[in-house]
Design a protein around this ligand. Structure first.
Ligand code: ADP
Length: 208
């Protein structure tokens, strides 16, 4: 955790400060900026309470971040997942982290994007974030790291997906139950996704 830059620290970059000043809408509580972080790299390396897996409905492993999490966690993860009977799109289930440095894995099933059903897909993606955050709190976990759900193989447009991620997390952190979470980490893999998060964070977590 100590190696992760929180949003408050990110604001030390002048460009973000300038963006934030332009985009002020309603101000979040100052402590919110200390509870959100952005990390570029491999989610399986994070030594925290929980990481989220962008899984598929079978929960039996797949490509992308799902494959990386299963290989790093080891075969006992698959064994536990077999007992879960899959998961519906927009919902989430929790397992232990096994060989991962993270204690728990929250498996969520993002929607496969379709512009024809954009509203329904957006609701499902929001529900992935919401049900994962709820599960973390229900299990007494204080940190949760999200990959960019649905924006890889499931081809959800990155800007729209990032807006949903940031908005849902902010709403949750401001709610009473959200007070129990100490840190939410957005994990990006590509430089392009990092740029998108850096440019949108000031809109959702503006500097007071
Ligand atoms: P989905 O099927 O939900 O689209 P993917 O795994 O294909 O899920 O992609 C989700 C995001 O996770 C993508 O931005 C991808 O680049 C990223 N990703 C892939 N491997 C990792 C990893 N080890 N750590 C963090 N993010 C990753």
């Amino acid at each position: 955790l100590k190696d992760l830059k929180t949003v408050a620290q990110l604001y030390k970059f002048a460009v973000l400060k300038k963006l934030a000043a332009d985009k002020l809408r309603h101000l979040p509580r100052p402590d919110l900026l200390e509870r959100v972080a952005l990390f570029q790299g491999d989610i399986t390396t994070l030594k925290i309470d929980s990481i989220v897996n962008a899984a598929n409905r079978s929960l039996l492993g797949g490509g992308g971040v799902d494959g990386a999490i299963h290989s790093a966690a080891g075969p006992k993860l698959l064994e536990e997942c077999r007992g879960l009977n899959g998961c519906l799109t927009g919902e989430s289930k929790i397992t232990r982290g096994y060989n991962l440095p993270a204690r728990y894995i929250i498996h969520t099933v993002g929607p496969v994007f379709s512009s024809k059903y954009a509203d329904e897909k957006a609701e499902q993606l929001e529900s992935c974030y919401k049900t994962s955050l709820d599960l973390a709190v229900e299990n007494g976990l204080e940190h949760i790291a999200f990959p960019s759900i649905s924006t890889g193989i499931y081809s959800y447009p990155i800007v729209d997906a990032t807006r949903i991620a940031l908005n849902t997390v902010r709403t949750f952190l401001e709610s009473e139950v959200g007070n129990k979470l100490d840190r939410v980490i957005f994990v990006v893999w590509s430089d392009k996704d990092l740029e998108v998060y850096e440019s949108l964070i000031p809109e959702y977590f503006p500097l007071g």
